[in-house]
Design a protein around this ligand. Structure first.
Ligand code: GTP
Ligand code: MG
Length: 211
């Protein structure tokens, strides 16, 4: 298991994947996060990768972010990046109910490909600035996040609302899972040790009785 500081004191790299229907603002969220810019036009993504270094809870983190295609015709690589990613942002637009319904499909796909329900995820309802076009309520978003057992944010890439929070929450999720794995590993080692000492006990007794 790699420590959170990585090998040789370098900061740990986190492989994050941005998922969601076409046009919900995946690229806009990433661009605002990395370069504080908002792309006004929709330029459908095929696949783009971004790297950035930030500090989260006073620990450095190298983020390797994959921006994926929402358009169905570009989804050939999906299984591969779903396997390789460590944390996933599932995004929808609050102005597009269909994109909200698709969010559940993305979660199911992650579970199916990774064969576990225990993958770090953050749910994001983007375009929160477009209140007059809202089709999905905050409550519905929260309810889906409860179902996913994951953090939830309504973001606006246009106004840079809650953008940093999304990435920080995802890295925290990954760190928590890793800490849990380490703890359960220690528990197993302790259990094995006590099993071993119980197994060895009769030998010890025998040795003592011989003297
Ligand atoms: N008002 C508003 N518009 C947004 C917001 N986020 C994205 N947009 C706009 O929505 C359109 C689509 O944004 P993109 O970031 O290209 O969407 P995408 O999810 O990357 O789309 P694909 O790459 O095709 O999957 C663009 O015209 C953006 O300017 C937002 O928070 N508020
Ligand atoms: Mg895009």
């Amino acid at each position: 298991m790699e420590s959170s500081r990585g090998v040789g004191g370098l900061s740990r790299e986190y492989k994050l994947v941005m998922l969601g229907e076409g046009g919900v603002g995946k690229s806009a969220i990433i661009m605002q996060f990395i370069s504080h810019r908002f792309p006004e036009d929709h330029d459908p993504t095929i696949e783009d990768a971004y790297k950035t270094q930030i500090r989260i809870d006073d620990e450095p983190a190298n983020l390797d972010i994959l921006d994926t295609a929402g358009q169905a015709e570009f989804t050939a690589m999906r299984d591969q990046y779903m396997r390789a990613g460590e944390g996933f942002i599932i995004s929808y637009s609050i102005t597009d109910r269909r994109s909200f319904q698709e969010a559940r499909h993305f979660k199911q796909l992650i579970c199916r490909v990774r064969r576990t329900v225990d993958t770090p995820v953050v749910l994001v309802g983007n375009k929160s600035d477009l209140t007059h076009l809202r089709q999905v309520s905050v409550e519905e978003g929260k309810e889906l996040a409860r179902e996913f057992q994951c953090p939830f944010f309504e973001t606006s890439a246009a106004f840079r609302y809650y953008i940093d929070e999304v990435f920080a929450a995802l890295v925290r999720q990954i760190r928590q899972r890793e800490a849990e794995v380490v703890r359960s590993g220690e528990r197993k080692t302790r259990r094995n040790r006590s099993l071993w000492s119980r197994l060895k006990a009769p030998f010890r007794k025998k040795q003592h009785s011989e003297h």
